[in-house]
Write a protein that binds this ligand. Structure first.
Ligand code: TMP
Length: 217
C-alpha cells in the first residue's frame, strides 16, 4: 500500500484535497487512512500552543515536531501493514521547509528526522503566499481563531515556498501541483497522477513483479 504525503504552505488547500483523495481511493475499493501533522496527541497539542506564541525557540519546536512524528510513524506503519493507503497532511518535509525558513540548518533537521521513512509519493500543492493568505482570511473561522499564528505571514511563507520548490527540484518523489486552480482541477490533477501509479502497481502485481515506483516518478 502507498504512503502519500500532501505538502504545501498554509492555505494551499491540503485538507480539502486530502479528504477528496481519500474518498476517491475508497470508491476504488482501497482502505484509506487520513492523518495529519501536528497530530492530536499530547505533543501535537503542545506544538499548537507554541505556534500561537511569537517568540518560541525554532530549534525547540523542530525537536517537538520530530517527537510528535516519532509517535505518528508507529501509527502510520501499522496502518500500512494492515493494507491501508495512508494519506498524511504534512510530514517531515514540513519541518525542513518551515523550520528551515526560520534559519535552522536543513542538514540538522534532516538528521533529527532521519528515523522517518520517506513517503512513497509527495504531492506538493504550490501556490503564491499572497493568494494563500487571501484564501485564509476569507474564512471567518480562520479570522476568529488563527490570525495570531505567527507562521502565517506572507514574508515567511515566501521563504517556506522557496524551500519546497527547491525540494521539488532535488527529490524525485515530489510532484508539484498547481494549487492556484479550482478545488476540482487540483483534485483531477492529483488523481490523474496517482491513478497512473496505481495502474502501474496493479500491472506489476499481475505480472508477479516487485513494484519499482522510481520508474514512474
Ligand atoms: P496546519 O495548519 O497544517 O495544521 O499546521 C500547523 C502549522 O505547523 C503550519 O503553519 C505548519 C507548521 N509545521 C511546521 O512548522 N513544521 C512541521 O514539521 C509541521 C508538521 C507543521
Amino acid at each position: 500500500m502507498l504512503f502519500i504525503a500532501l505538502e504545501g504552505i498554509d492555505g494551499s488547500g491540503k485538507g480539502t484535497q486530502a479528504k477528496l483523495l481519500c474518498s476517491w481511493l475508497r470508491d476504488k475499493g482501497y482502505s484509506c487512512y487520513l492523518t495529519a501533522e501536528p497530530t492530536d496527541n499530547n505533543i501535537g497539542r503542545l506544538i499548537r500552543k507554541y505556534l500561537k506564541e511569537d517568540n518560541f525557540d525554532p530549534r525547540a519546536i523542530a525537536l517537538l515536531f520530530a517527537a510528535d512524528r516519532s509517535l505518528h510513524i508507529k501509527d502510520i506503519l501499522s496502518k500500512l501493514h494492515s493494507d491501508n493507503m495512508v494519506i498524511t497532511e504534512r510530514y517531515f518535509y514540513s519541518s525542513l521547509a518551515y523550520q528551515g525558513a526560520l534559519g535552522i540548518n536543513i542538514d540538522w533537521l534532516e538528521e533529527i528526522n532521519s528515523f522517518a521513512p520517506e513517503a512513497d509519493i509527495v504531492f506538493y500543492l504550490d501556490i503564491e503566499p499572497e493568494e494563500a493568505i487571501k484564501r485564509m482570511t476569507s474564512l471567518s473561522s480562520f479570522r476568529n481563531t488563527r490570525e495570531k499564528e505567527s507562521y502565517e505571514k506572507e514574508e515567511f511563507l515566501r521563504r517556506v515556498r522557496q524551500n519546497y520548490l527547491k525540494f521539488a527540484e532535488e527529490r524525485e518523489k515530489f510532484n508539484v501541483i498547481d494549487a492556484s486552480k479550482s478545488i476540482r482541477e487540483v483534485q483531477t490533477d492529483i488523481r490523474r497522477r496517482l491513478g497512473r501509479i496505481l495502474s502501474f502497481i496493479e500491472e506489476e502485481k499481475k505480472k508477479g513483479r516487485q513494484t519499482r515506483l522510481e520508474d514512474l516518478l
